[in-house]
Each structure stands twice: as C-alpha cells, then as structure tokens.
Design a protein. Structure first.
Length: 369
C-alpha cells in the first residue's frame, strides 16, 4: 500500500492506492494416471524390441493442458508408494500440475501398451491395470472438502467409475461434495467397453454421476452406449470425413432433458478417413443455441491419444476465460485438440498463443522466428 499527495485548494489530501489481487481460477481433476508404453514409430507389438515410456490418463491429461494455459490445476489420485509413482509425480509437477492432495496406498500403477496404427490399420491398446492403486480406492479416503477449498471447477471422466465399485463410489462422493460447495462440475462420458468388468454396466452407474454435472462432453458413441441416445441414421465408421454437425443438436437436447442440471452439452465430431487422416470439430448446445466449430482436416496425425482430453482442457479454459462467449470457447477447444494430434504422448503441450493463432486461420506451420 502506498500514499501520494494531491493538492486541492491548498489542502493536502492523502491519496490511497489499493492494489487488488487477481484471483486465478482453480481446477481439480480426479482419476487414474498410468505408465504408457508405446511401440516406436508405427511398429507392431510383435516387432517391438523396446517401448517408449511416458505417463498419461484422461483427467491428468486435462490437468496438464490447463496448467500449460496458466490455470491453477490440481490432479487427485491414489498412487502406490514406489519409485515409478514418484517419477510420475515429478513429471506432473514439471508441467505445473499440483499433486498435494494425492494419497498413497495399494500395490501398483496401471500400465497401458500402445501400438500406433497407420492408414487402414487401426491403433491397438492393451491394458494392464488390474489391482491398480486407484481401482482399490474407497469412499472416505479423500477429504473432498479440503480438496475443493478455493476451487472453481471439478472434472472427472467415465473411465474412473469403470475401474471398480470403490472408484465409482469415490467419484460420486466427489461430485456430491462439489455440488454442495458450489463448484462447477464437468464430465467427459468417455465410454470404454473393455473397462466395465466388475459386474456393473455403465448405464447402471453413470446416471447418478452425470446428474451432478453442469457441463457434459461426449461423442456420438458415448451418448449411444451409455444412455441409448444417438442421431438418426449416423454411422461413425462410414463418414468419409464428412459430418453434418446440425444432426447432433438432438443428441445435446436429449442429454440436457435427461440431466436438467446441465447448462452446456458438447459433442466432439471425428470423421475418420483412415488412421492417419481425420476431420475434427464439435458442437456446443446451451439450451437455446447450437454453436458449431470450424472443421479441421488433420492429414498427418502424429498421436491421437489424448485428443478428447485436450479438447476438454481447451473447453474448460475457454469457458473460464471467454465468459459469455461459448462459441469462442468451443473454437478454442477444437483448435487446441487439433494441435494435440501433432504431438507425441498423452499430454497436449501447446500454449494459448499457439491455439489462438490457429483459431485466426494460420494453419501454415511456417517456422516461427
């Protein structure tokens, strides 16, 4: 605090200058992070003699994106107490992601193996995540009131409740706490049929969780497989890269009708020409207006894993930053995710200026000097 002097009619009046602290939004994400072992280049599993090791997982990927954009971000999970987990924590912290509310216990960190597809050969993923530390989590292990102190936003994905009943119950515990504390809640439906193996179906578990969400993200498969909602006559395997975005308004309307708390419903739209060439876009429905993004033609995909997470990270940033401009928030999300397809690994390592530059139409890839 400092004081100056202003002379008015021969009287000395103290001038008080107040410095106001700018509060940065804080986002919490909760879920599983795994060790990713991928074959080099386009090698098949049968050809690989070594693997590239990185870390990744839906909610952690979102946290890294947001931290790169300057958002105060915390990732919450349950780690085993071993050196691999500590290496993972160091990796997250190197991107500016907070981990102070993570807990420890259990035996192992989950692993997934990735074989990157090419042209007409699809990518393959093999999971080795049974009995991972977070899959054995139970309600009451995390103090959610403490986690959400000062938080503005909470994000989870459909992967977490697919791991185990304990993970599903803990996720629901977090959603209810966020609702009670006035924290905005978002989810990515993220349906993975091979994960639901503990005796419950996604359609049995997900409704109670999604009921507490203010923002819902999914694609055409998520909405259909989890809630039986789909656009008439649409087949994701035969788009040829061309997708009529307006056909997905009905999907958004049905999701909002089923979950009336939701203020925004977003559908990502991927047109698959082949494993290396996709089109990419999205729509956002706010209950009155359907916002449609530009459609990007991604002709040489480097790594599409984490593409949806990079979209969600961009969307949360856009909704927090471009308040009242849902169209711009959607366009930021799509552009951010488009750039992610050019980056190896789960994490989207791009900056706000890079995304905004693409939003302005500069897709030339010219050297920046």
């Amino acid at each position: 605090m400092s004081f100056g002097c202003v002379k008015v009619f021969k009287k000395i009046i103290p001038l008080k200058i107040v410095f106001k602290k700018i509060e940065m939004p804080k986002v919490i994400t909760f879920g599983e992070i795994m060790l990713r072992l991928s074959t080099p280049g386009y090698l098949r599993f049968s050809q690989a003699k070594q693997f590239d090791a990185t870390f990744g997982g839906g909610e952690a990927n979102v946290a890294v994106s947001l931290a790169n954009y300057g958002i105060d971000t915390e990732f919450v999970t349950r780690f085993p107490d071993n050196d691999v987990a500590k290496s993972c924590i160091r990796d997250l912290r190197s991107y500016g992601v907070g981990t102070e509310h993570c807990i420890f216990g259990g035996e192992r960190l989950g692993i997934y193996f990735l074989e990157t597809g090419a042209v007409s050969r699809p990518s393959k993923v093999v999971y080795d995540r049974a009995h991972s530390s977070i899959s054995e989590i139970k309600p009451g292990m995390i103090d959610w009131d403490k986690v959400f102190e000062g938080a503005d936003w909470f994000h989870w994905t459909g992967i977490t409740p697919a791991l185990s009943q304990g993970a599903a119950d803990t996720c629901l515990e977090a959603v209810k706490a966020a609702n009670r504390l006035g924290v905005t809640v978002s989810c990515d439906l993220n349906y993975r049929k091979n994960l639901w193996k503990y005796g419950k179906k996604a359609s049995e578990i997900m409704p109670a969780l999604v009921e507490g969400c203010d923002v819902i993200l999914g694609n055409e498969e998520d909405a259909e497989k989890v809630f039986g909602i789909k656009p008439e006559g649409f087949d994701v395997t035969s788009t040829g890269g061309a997708i009529d975005q307006r056909r997905f308004q009905s999907v958004c309307e049905q999701l909002m009708a089923k979950f009336p708390r939701a203020r925004k419903v977003i559908v990502t739209l991927r047109g698959s020409i082949n494993a290396n060439h996709n089109t990419w876009g999205g729509v956002l429905w706010d209950g009155k207006t359907l916002f449609q993004s530009p459609r990007y033609d991604i002709t040489h995909i480097v790594d599409r894993v984490g593409g949806g997470d990079s979209f969600m990270g961009g969307l949360i940033y856009g909704l927090l930053t471009y308040k009242g401009d849902d169209g711009k928030a959607l366009n930021f999300a799509v552009a951010a995710s488009c750039l992610k397809h050019t980056i190896f690994g789960d994490f989207n390592q791009v900056t706000v200026p890079e995304v905004e530059n693409l939003m302005k139409g500069d897709a030339s890839g010219r050297v920046s000097r």
